[in-house]
Design a protein around this ligand. Structure first.
Ligand SMILES: Nc1ncnc2c1ncn2[C@@H]1O[C@H](COP(=O)(O)OP(=O)(O)OP(=O)(O)O)[C@@H](O)[C@H]1O
Ligand SMILES: C[C@H](O)[C@H](O)[C@@H](O)C(=O)CO
Ligand SMILES: [Mg+2]
Length: 484
């Protein structure tokens, strides 16, 4: 059986087909397209119609390649939603989570329901753009008109099959689900004046969603396609696609964001987890993604956008290798880097404010970003071990960032942990694995991870002794980021 993973990240989307042959997972990228948000009249929006078109184009390409019948699953970035009316029409453009409208909303909401109460209810990290805060700022009249409030992957599934669901892994990122009750929290819904039935029924990954409604797209020659729910939060699929085994492993899903954490059988919401803003996003098969959002390759994407040279990411790494690392210490996890007007200027201003050498060249800027991300990852692993009592002896880095051998080595050096890099397309692979389990081709996630480890070679990086403690202490001194 051939399966199609539709994986749409904040920076790019792709349709990848996969099938199991001779005990290996064989994949082919069939379609790739750009994604990104644009500002219109001061608000940041996604182009959701572009994404629908690109998904349908990708499915048409699947048919053109001779696959008459496939299954498919959709995963995207988290938290953002679409309001849909009684006729199934979108009520507004889709606001992007980096929009400034929720800059001060955490304070507003937590002045009504205390922060610790929300964390006890949801176990979810406080990020300014969580759906809870976006909906608090949403136009109340529009909200009232909405028959459905659909997260982006659920909306895409609705457009393609006509069926509205709320897939649980992505639903958890909204910070509206009560982890004890395993459904929406009524007090939080009341705060937003939202009825429970405005959210479609919660469903888990691995369930049949429905057939592609070809008649909706008559201008395309499309395959027969049965859609399944998967880990529709891309990070849930990325973790499902990470070939970690046993206890002592952690993951770093390295793309626009760096998501660093462990797979836990139960939520972890102790005081240290709350203080250090760790999250318990719902994973596949009832697991919890105990992780922390760290500013990731977004920083390099924005540096690239604001430099006159047109380097690709591999070229940035080569330029960074020519520069002495750890020349300045920058806490890229500060909100100021979430959507700076000009990331290059923001980094320079930060270094001037903290009386540090200012990076000027592309290599100096890339080295500054990679050096500090490696330190931030190392601190996050130390904190993770303290919070959970879980020891980590190897870090699996997956996603596009796993192609960065320099950063992989720096991460091993700063954390003192072995790094296993790859697969780069772990999200699409985790998406495919869920479909194969649902189709009965694989027994469970463990067998899926065995298949991944047999199909995609990992690259290993061992830690070198590089004044780890001194550099981390200097980072904490210069940035004020104290250990928990
Ligand atoms: N060869 C490479 N060398 C260095 N970095 C790379 C390389 N290839 C990709 N990257 C990094 O990976 C990032 C893209 O990662 P990935 O493809 O996982 O993101 P995405 O899926 O498009 O978006 P999201 O993270 O939102 O899912 C790029 O921004 C870049 O920084
Ligand atoms: C906004 C979310 O935190 C972000 O999308 C992250 O969870 C993600 O999905 C990274 O691809
Ligand atoms: Mg991705």
């Amino acid at each position: 059986m051939t399966h199609a993973a539709i994986d749409i990240g904040a920076s790019s989307g792709r349709l990848i087909i996969g099938e199991m042959k001779d005990g290996k997972l064989h994949m082919k990228e069939v379609h790739r397209f750009a994604n990104g948000f644009t500002e219109k009249k001061g608000t940041a929006y996604w182009d959701i119609d572009h994404l629908v078109r690109e998904v349908v184009k990708g499915l048409a390409e699947v048919k053109r390649l001779g696959y008459a019948s496939v299954t498919a699953g959709i995963d995207t970035w988290a938290v953002d939603y679409v309001l849909v009316d009684e006729q199934g029409k979108r009520l507004q453009e889709v606001v992007a989570y980096r929009d400034s409208r929720t800059e001060h909303t955490i304070e507003k909401v937590t002045s009504i329901i205390p922060k610790n109460v929300i964390y006890e209810k949801t176990g979810i990290q406080f990020l300014p753009f969580n759906t809870l805060f976006q909906l608090y700022e949403e136009d109340k009249e529009l909200l009232q008109k909405a028959k459905h409030i659909l997260l982006v992957p659920d909306y895409l599934g609705f457009c393609l099959t006509g069926r509205a669901v709320t897939e649980a892994t992505n639903a958890s990122t909204m910070q509206l689900l009560n982890v004890a009750g395993q459904d929406f929290d009524q007090e939080l819904l009341d705060l937003l004046s939202i009825q429970r039935n405005q959210f479609a029924p919660l469903v888990g990954p691995g369930e049949k969603l429905g057939p592609l409604r070809k008649e909706t797209f008559p201008e395309y020659d499309l395959p027969d396609c049965e859609f399944y729910t998967v880990g529709s939060h891309d990070t849930a699929s990325a973790i499902a696609g990470t070939p970690g085994f046993g206890e002592e492993w952690a993951y770093l899903s390295s793309g626009t964001w760096s998501l660093l954490g462990i797979e836990s059988a139960a939520p972890i919401t102790n005081p240290l987890a709350y203080e250090d803003n760790y999250t318990n996003e719902w994973g596949v098969f009832g697991t919890y993604r105990f992780l922390k959002n760290i500013m990731g390759m977004w920083v390099m994407q924005e540096v690239r956008r604001h430099l006159p040279q047109d380097y690709n990411f591999a070229e940035f790494v080569e330029e960074a290798k020519k520069v002495e690392p750890y020349q300045q210490f920058v806490n890229f996890n500060e909100d100021r880097f979430l959507n700076s007007l000009n990331m290059v200027d923001e980094i320079k201003v930060y270094c001037r404010e903290t009386n540090q050498p200012v990076p000027e060249t592309p290599g100096e800027l890339a080295s500054c970003v990679y050096s500090n991300l490696a330190i931030i990852y190392a601190i996050a692993i130390n904190d993770l071990q303290k919070i959970t009592g879980h020891s980590v002896n190897r870090l699996h880095i997956v996603g596009g960032g796993s192609n960065n051998a320099l950063l992989n080595q720096m991460t091993a050096d700063m954390s003192g942990k072995a790094v296993l890099a790859g697969p780069s397309e772990a999200t699409a692979i985790g998406n495919l694995i869920m479909q194969m389990i649902a189709a009965g081709e694989l027994a469970d996630l463990e067998e899926g991870r065995q298949l991944i480890s047999h199909s995609f070679p990992l690259v290993s990086f061992q830690p070198a002794s590089v004044n780890r403690d001194e550099r981390i202490q200097e980072f904490q001194l210069k940035t004020g980021k104290q250990p928990i």
